[in-house]
Design a protein around this ligand. Structure first.
Ligand code: SF4
Ligand code: SF4
Length: 123
């Protein structure tokens, strides 16, 4: 789907309750970068304690690491993601997920854009 068609589709979307447990599109990075979710300093420390890999950017910013992903919706997946869009999916660290993930709203433009990229309906 090209950018113009994506804009038209987003503009025409109606309110729908999405099933995050069969999605996870927002847990996929559109680039194959080594890190994805931006972490606050205490979050990086906490997630290291859970033995999760953390990537440090050139500016010192910490990110939760990714792993290769071969499917629609992204080029890499958050290391804590299990599943695939359209299939049973979950965050393996849901109770300890970073602030960025807690603040991400189902039904937002970013959510719908991620779903479209992954080939999922937006209503
Ligand atoms: S992209 Fe939206 S519907 Fe999918 S898991 Fe994320 S918040 Fe839920
Ligand atoms: S930490 Fe969990 S909710 Fe956040 S991107 Fe990774 S798998 Fe998704």
């Amino acid at each position: 789907m090209g950018p113009e068609e994506m804009c038209r589709t987003l503009a025409g979307a109606t309110d729908v309750d999405y099933d995050c447990q069969r999605c996870g599109a927002c847990c996929l990075s559109i680039t194959p970068s080594a890190g994805y979710v931006v972490l606050e300093r205490d979050e990086a420390t906490q997630l290291r304690r859970l033995s999760l890999p953390i990537v440090i950017g050139t500016d010192g910013q910490s990110f939760l690491a990714t792993e290769p992903y071969d499917g629609p919706g992204g080029a890499a997946a958050c290391i804590a993601f299990e599943g695939a869009p359209g299939f049973p999916s979950r965050c393996l660290i849901y109770a300890a997920r970073p602030t960025k993930c807690r603040e991400f709203e189902a039904g937002s433009i970013a959510c719908r854009t991620a779903r479209l990229r992954a080939g999922l309906p937006i209503g």
